[in-house]
Design a protein around this ligand. Structure first.
Ligand SMILES: [Zn+2]
Length: 55
C-alpha cells in the first residue's frame, strides 16, 4: 500500500515512450527516470543524437 507521503513521491518517467511510474526516494527528488541505467542512459543518448542531427 502507498501512503500519502509515498504518493507525493510518485513520478512519471521522463523516458521517451516509457511512461513508467516510479517512487522517487532520492533526497532532493531529482530523479527523472524509472531506471537510470536504462531510460536515463537512453535519454542522454537521444539528446546527443538530436544535437548532432540539427547541424
Ligand atoms: Zn523509464
Amino acid at each position: 500500500m502507498l501512503t500519502a507521503s509515498d504518493c507525493d513521491r510518485l513520478r512519471e518517467c521522463a523516458g521517451v515512450g516509457c511512461g513508467w511510474f516510479f517512487l522517487d526516494f532520492s533526497r532532493n527528488r531529482s530523479r527523472r527516470w524509472c531506471d537510470m541505467e536504462d531510460c536515463g542512459n537512453r535519454a542522454k543518448a537521444n539528446r546527443h543524437y538530436d544535437r548532432k542531427q540539427k547541424k
